[in-house]
Design a protein around this ligand. Structure first.
Ligand code: TYM
Length: 328
């Protein structure tokens, strides 16, 4: 049995990228492994320092975790800030993380570009906080999308460095995980490489979206004038739509439009209509459950309390042992 840890930031509703990159794995892994899934609210402050409704955002992700099929009896579902032991481990790891390696991190360089007015120390040390999330439970598997690969690499570096410095074999090496295959990157609808909450209007399809909203976004997706030669390579925006179809539509639907593309007879309008319908069907059960769970305040409070207790018990043990190892 593996110990599994992963989290999602509460900076917006969950979208199909989160689902196919991470959440879908959470749901299948909870049946076989010792799982800890959390809501990364400390992390959200690195980009959203003054959220209008932090508690509401956290609650929404918890609702969506449950609606997607996470079972609080099987996996430990908790909120990062409910387990402040994480912050203590973050402090220890920061002592042995070097400025140079943190500055070289791709996500840090991206953020400097995206928010030049707020290049805070939390952004620089984002990877050590993420390492603390993972190492606090001494996890071995971390289900994440492709964009988190480098953070996992850094987590291994920090864990191994700790072991070396204190001459212990305390932290195992955590590996990024996706159903035993490659990590995935789900594309967005506006031609940008990645589906994400900060990638512009209309780029992401959310589980909480109403069918009409999904239809509108998909119909507006970027396409081109169409292929002019048989079996021509697909430009990026077209590849994106096909990739989305691959994840939500039936294999026959995908091959049908792929053949039409290759024969230069494709009509993107028809393809998008089909894609929108398949996305609506795919997300339908989630939408229903989101509404039901969201109105059950008692259940949500119970889940949150239970998760906090279970996660904190394990985290406190790690902190006790780490303090001893360091010599406090
Ligand atoms: P976040 O909140 O940006 O995204 C949550 C998860 O969804 C995945 N994801 C995607 N996967 C494929 N295609 C996409 N378009 C796409 N968009 C998002 C992300 O890869 C991620 O797995 N740093 C993390 C949160 C975190 C964490 C952790 C994860 C904090 N501590 C410890 C694992 C372990 C993040 O910002 O994810």
């Amino acid at each position: 049995m593996e110990t599994v840890v992963s989290g999602i930031r509460p900076t917006g509703n969950l979208h199909l990228g989160n689902y196919f990159g991470a959440l879908r794995n959470f749901i299948s892994m909870q049946n076989e492994h010792n799982c800890y899934f959390f809501i990364a609210d400390y992390h959200s402050l690195t980009t959203h320092p003054t959220p209008a409704d932090l508690n509401g955002n956290v609650r929404q992700i918890l609702v969506e975790y449950l609606a997607a099929g996470l079972d609080p009896e099987k996996a430990t579902l908790y909120v990062q800030s409910d387990v402040p032991e994480v912050a203590e481990l973050y402090l220890f790891l920061n002592m042995n993380a070097y400025i140079g390696e943190l500055e070289r991190c791709t996500s840090f360089k991206d953020k400097i570009r995206q928010q030049p007015e707020n290049v805070n120390a939390g952004l620089l040390t984002y990877p050590t906080l993420m390492a603390a999330d993972i190492l606090i439970h001494r996890a071995t598997k971390v289900p994440v999308g492709k964009d988190q690969e480098q953070h996992l690499e850094m987590t291994r570096t920090f864990g191994n460095r700790f072991n070396r410095l204190y001459n212990v074999e305390y932290f195992p090496e955590p590996q990024a995980f996706n159903f035993g295959n490659e990590l995935v990157k789900i594309p967005g609808l506006n031609g940008s490489g990645k589906m994400g909450k900060s990638e512009g209007e209309g780029n992401a399809i959310y589980f909480a979206d109403e069918p009409e909203a999904i239809r509108k976004k998909v119909m507006k997706a970027v396409t081109d004038a169409g292929p002019t030669e048989p079996n021509q390579a697909k430009p990026e925006a077209i590849q994106n739509i096909f990739q989305l179809m691959k994840v939500v539509s039936a294999p026959e639907t995908f091959s049908f439009f792929d053949q039409q593309y290759n024969a230069c007879s494709i009509r993107y309008g028809d393809m998008k209509k089909q894609l929108a319908q398949d996305m609506i069907n795919y997300t339908e059960p989630f939408r229903e459950r989101i509404k039901a769970i969201s109105s059950d305040e008692d259940f949500l409070l119970k889940v949150r309390k239970m998760g906090k207790e279970k996660a904190q018990e394990n985290a406190a043990r790690t902190i006790r042992e780490i303090r001893k190892i360091i010599g406090f």
